[in-house]
Design a binder for this molecule. Structure first.
Ligand SMILES: *[C@@H]1O[C@H](CO)[C@@H](O)[C@H](O)[C@H]1NC(C)=O
Ligand SMILES: *[C@@H]1O[C@H](CO)[C@@H](O)[C@H](O)[C@H]1NC(C)=O
Ligand SMILES: *[C@@H]1O[C@H](CO)[C@@H](O)[C@H](O)[C@H]1NC(C)=O
Ligand SMILES: *[C@@H]1O[C@H](CO)[C@@H](O)[C@H](O)[C@H]1NC(C)=O
Ligand SMILES: *[C@@H]1O[C@H](CO)[C@@H](O)[C@H](O)[C@H]1NC(C)=O
Ligand SMILES: *[C@@H]1O[C@H](CO)[C@@H](O)[C@H](O)[C@H]1NC(C)=O
Length: 624
């Protein structure tokens, strides 16, 4: 733990000198105001149900919970969710365990359930600071096909919420009210005629939603994002389950194969379109619902960033620029701020992405690999950061939300507590919910040099729900919600049975990529026409930003091992001698990494080292 803390601290000190003032090809053309001053942030831990020491029946004893309202597991699969409209509660999903057998009334507190947690220090009438919303539902009220797990989100009516692909609804009663009793709560599945859906996000207009669906292209894992309308169907006559359900209709696929792609061939030239919409993983919507947020094709090589695209005009905004990896995020109700979960400050990815200004060419084949190195299995390196609308600029890389604390076990900045998706803004923009999991084997202990920490949380639980209070902010009035066209004009309306398009890739060949400021690169693309295996680039005096001027070569070959796992053979000999002094070099014999994007276990031979103004960044050790 000490090791990671000192790394983090060292990096914060070095970050600014490492990053030149105008480091990268920005795609944000707006005039950028000076960065905001740091603001006071107070972080508290929110209460959760008590913990049962085992999963045995009856392990949740009256001594542990005298009110007999259930216990959660040590690892309760916690997912923190959004605020209810009153701003005084967040919802969450947790795994209850150790319940006594029926007919004991406490037998209902079992399995994955949705709870509401008070955020203002008060309790529900029974004395608990939390309430289980879905415990004890009659069987005929629940038709969920999936467990109540991921991304709990609320609707603004206070009566409905969503988790995974289910909607929890309490008739006319607010979920947190005493009138909302188990007999009134229903869990309805969300059904889409074209198949399984994931990553569901409610649009702020509360009638539309975004979602993703997995694809396979050339045997590789992929996904498309969609936008549609949510409609309740009390009496469906097609598809499973044939029971009252929510359906998604009027669906737009947020990928158009005929629109400009991030990288295209024009004759003998390779062209990079920073304005192209490249929705990789859908992340949500802006606070007003004007934009959709996503992880997109990088602007700089191996530097995974978040983007927003205007749902009406398709205008793209790059939300983050820092070389480290970003993924989950939430934009404030007034669109002026974002909370991002990012590896910035941990140095997890700097060996790969620290060198700035490399055009995102090898990324045509490497993004699933370069993004997979961000975690060590269950150990996520995500830290919550607050960043303004204009994003990274100059020496401003946002403000770490959980920076206070002494770094000891259980402190709010204990690096062994890692943040998970998604963070959430309160409706008045003065608070942020985030949640964290403690590192567990095999991401610690055994062969892993990181010793496993002992949880200092109540009952030894390994999940915690956090609330950050932005103490100097005034509550925002309710914000207007964007009016959207029913079908997103830059996407493609889809219907059941429509064939899935393929993401076009440049035809194999040798191309020239011109630097925006100087020089050029010779790009060789090797493949079979539908799939690229190898990309080799030679840079001459190449600069997109006038700060980093690249010389040398980089070539990568990707070999697919399964639909989610691949191996990359990587050779870099790149340097920038003008502006920033930086280099990215593989050792003799190159660098060879194999990784599964669904497992995230680092396994490499050889070296790949990035050096920036004398600071050396190396890859993590295998298995870490
Ligand atoms: C706390 O939240 C509850 C539930 O919304 C509300 O009734 C109560 O007035 C709030 N108390 C304070 C001190 O904010
Ligand atoms: C919830 O806990 C039970 C054991 O009590 C376990 O079988 C189940 O897999 C857990 N669910 C999740 C989603 O973790
Ligand atoms: C090209 O290679 C990919 C990946 O190996 C394979 O799935 C695909 O069938 C190949 N296509 C052709 C036209 O050979
Ligand atoms: C679907 O879109 C069409 C065309 O805009 C519209 O007429 C229809 O009302 C929409 N469906 C629903 C359920 O709103
Ligand atoms: C990639 O670089 C290695 C090491 O320099 C070299 O052996 C190999 O031929 C290169 N591959 C291509 C396609 O340029
Ligand atoms: C790491 O990769 C090598 C092949 O390069 C493989 O033989 C080995 O089993 C892998 N190790 C782990 C722990 O996956």
């Amino acid at each position: 733990m000490g090791r990671h803390l000192s790394l983090a601290v060292a990096t914060f000190g070095l970050l600014s000198p490492c990053m030149p003032a105008a480091p990268s090809p920005s795609i944000n053309t707006d005039i950028q105001p000076p960065p905001p001053a740091p603001e006071p942030i107070e972080v508290v831990e929110l209460p959760l149900p008590p913990v049962a020491p085992t999963e045995d029946e009856g392990a949740c004893t009256p001594e542990i919970n005298p009110r007999r309202t259930g216990c959660i597991a040590i690892d309760s699969h916690l997912a923190g969710g959004s605020f209810l409209p009153d701003g005084n509660h967040v919802i969450a999903t947790v795994n209850f365990t150790g319940a006594p057998a029926a007919p004991d009334p406490a037998s209902i507190y079992i399995g994955m359930q949705m709870i509401a947690v008070r955020t203002n220090g008060t309790t529900f009438p029974n004395g608990d600071p939390w309430k289980c919303i879905t415990c004890g539902l009659p069987d005929e009220n629940k038709w969920a096909r999936e467990e109540l797990t991921e991304y709990p989100q609320t609707f603004k009516d206070g009566r409905r919420a969503m988790a995974a692909s289910n909607i929890v609804e309490c008739g006319n009663a607010e979920l947190t009210s005493s009138q909302c009793t188990p007999d009134k709560v229903h869990i309805y599945p969300i059904w889409w005629e074209s198949g399984a859906i994931r990553e569901l996000r409610i649009h702020p207009d509360n009638v539309h939603l975004g979602f993703s669906s997995f694809t396979q292209q050339n045997g590789a894992l992929g996904q498309y994002a969609y936008f549609g309308r949510l409609v309740f169907n009390p009496n469906p006559d097609v598809g499973e389950p044939l029971h009252a359900r929510y359906e998604i209709v009027n669906v737009t696929r947020l990928f158009n194969p005929d629109a400009p792609q991030p990288i295209e061939v024009k004759g003998k030239k390779l062209v990079i379109n920073h304005d192209a919409i490249s929705v990789g993983e859908l992340r949500g919507f802006s606070g007003t619902g004007k934009e959709i947020t996503y992880v997109g094709h990088p602007v700089e090589s191996s530097n995974i960033d978040a983007f927003a695209a205007d749902l009406t005009t398709g205008k793209v905004r790059r939300l983050t620029e820092h070389p480290e990896y970003v993924d989950p995020l939430d934009i404030s109700p007034d669109d002026q701020w974002a909370v991002i979960l990012d590896t910035r400050g941990t140095d997890r990815q700097m060996w790969l992405s620290g060198m700035r200004g490399i055009p995102p060419v090898t990324d045509l084949i490497t993004t699933s690999i370069t993004s997979a190195t961000r975690n060590n299995g269950r150990r996520r390196f995500f830290v919550p950061w607050l960043i303004d609308y204009h994003g990274d600029r100059g020496s401003y890389f946002g403000q770490q939300i959980n920076a206070a604390g002494d770094g000891t076990a259980g402190a709010i900045n204990d690096p062994n507590w890692n943040t998970w998706a998604d963070p959430r803004w309160s409706p008045d923009g003065t608070q942020v919910m985030y949640y964290q999991n403690l590192v567990l084997p095999p991401a610690c202990g055994g062969h892993n040099p990181l010793p496993c920490p002992v949880s200092t949380a109540p009952g030894g639980r390994v999940n915690r729900l956090m609330l950050a209070k932005l103490a100097s902010r005034s509550p925002l009035p309710p914000q207007p919600v964007a009016q959207l066209p029913e079908f997103i004009p830059w996407g493609v309306p889809v219907q059941a049975g429509d064939p899935l398009p393929v993401r076009p890739v440049p035809t194999p060949g040798t191309y020239t990529l011109e630097g925006k400021v100087s020089g050029s690169a010779r790009v060789e693309i090797i493949g079979n026409g539908t799939s690229i295996d190898t990309i080799a680039v030679r840079y001459r005096d190449f600069s997109d930003d006038g700060v980093n001027t690249l010389a040398g070569t980089e070539n990568v070959t990707v070999t697919r091992q399964s639909f989610s796992a691949s191996r990359v053979d990587w050779y870099s000999d790149l340097s920038s001698r003008v502006g920033t002094k930086s280099s990215k070099r593989t050792g003799p014999g190159g660098f060879h990494l194999q990784i599964d994007a669904l497992v995230n276990m680092f396994n490499a031979t050889g070296t790949l080292v990035t050096t920036i103004d004398g600071v050396v960044y190396e890859p993590p050790a295998n298995g870490t």
